[in-house]
Ligand binder design. Sequence first.
Ligand SMILES: [Zn+2]
Length: 100
Amino acid sequence: MLEGMTSDELWTLSAFWALFAGFVAMIARSQGRSPVTWFMLSLVLSPLFGFLAVVLTAPRKGPAMTPPPCPRCGVERVSGQRHCPGCGLDLWADYDARRP
Ligand SMILES: [Zn+2]
């Protein structure tokens, strides 16, 4: 596969390979994971594989995934749940605090 390539082309390929491996390491670090582990993984397997793996296995937690607490009783609720586990309020309907 590498036959017929000039040393310049090989160098460019290696540079991009390392660059993307570094990119994967940056993503891993932003997720609170080990950048060194992911850099080595991308370097050995392939940066494309490393990129897909780090994105697909991203830890799914954080403020964006947690819905706001119930507006009536303040109980924390699970995403996708229609009725509040604390007071049974219909969370999909617009809640008006002045209404009984
Ligand atoms: Zn409630």
